[in-house]
Design a protein around this ligand. Structure first.
Ligand code: DX5
Ligand code: ZN
Length: 224
């Protein structure tokens, strides 16, 4: 099932509870939480205490995107705080297979993220292990950037590998997703579409989720 994941990075942090309630009213059942450490990316965001606070106010699936240099150390902490899905950057993991297995053994779904300059070929040996692959469609660190179209080719390549190998990992895309590229992303094979600015900076975030979800489901029906 195709899902739109609001990224709370673009929400008003002073009213986070209300912002989350709004997107849930729009039908969001997954939320994307960006964790940045100021080392792997030049920005700092939220830690486990915020994830824990969010866990208390929602039943939505919490998808935690770790943009940090030491995911092995912190993934269990975020799972303990309430993360359902945890993704780690391929660029930060020396023993990627071990990290994915560790996340799964701690009780969460494990995802691998690739930056715009990282090729899909680096994932060849973990495609049968990962629960999802996140293709960055901007360089990570900030919301509100412009969508990089090379990400669609990567999603297509992953979708082709998924069919060839008869696997069922989800393909997620993150960065610069708007009403204008939802259809292209789904047609390329993406199942989970993250959107921050396009949802929380719109006049009506609930309507934005509904609109994007509608486009995504229409495109999925054609793809299937
Ligand atoms: C960027 C983050 C994204 C960000 C997307 O590093 O990983 O999740 O919130 O924001 P938009 O949708 O505004 O590009
Ligand atoms: Zn993200």
């Amino acid at each position: 099932m195709t899902e739109i994941l609001p990224s709370i990075l673009a929400a008003d942090f002073a009213r986070l509870g209300e912002e989350i309630a709004r997107v849930e009213r729009g039908g969001a059942s997954m939320l994307h939480l960006d964790v940045m450490d100021g080392h792997f990316v030049p920005n700092l965001t939220i830690g486990p205490s915020i994830v824990k606070a969010i866990r208390k106010i929602t039943k939505a699936t919490l998808d935690v995107h770790l943009m940090i240099t030491d995911p092995d150390r912190y993934a269990p902490v975020f799972i303990e705080a309430g993360a359902d899905c945890v993704s780690v950057h391929q660029e930060t993991c020396r023993h990627l297979d071990g990290t994915l297995r560790m996340i799964q053994s701690e009780g969460a779904r494990a995802g691998v993220v690739i930056n715009p300059a990282t090729p899909v070929s680096t994932l060849g040996e973990v495609l049968d292990l990962a629960d999802y692959i996140l293709v960055m469609s901007v360089n990570p660190g900030f919301g509100g950037q412009q969508f990089l179209p090379n990400s669609l080719g990567k999603a297509r390549a992953l979708d082709a590998r998924r069919r060839e190998m008869n696997l069922n990992f989800h393909i997620e895309i993150d960065g610069g997703i708007t009403m204008d590229n939802v259809t292209d992303a789904v047609r390329a094979g993406c199942d989970w579409l993250v959107a921050g600015t396009a949802i929380f900076h719109s006049e009506d975030p609930a309507a934005a989720v509904r609109g994007m979800q509608h486009l995504a489901r229409e495109a999925t029906a054609i793809r299937a």
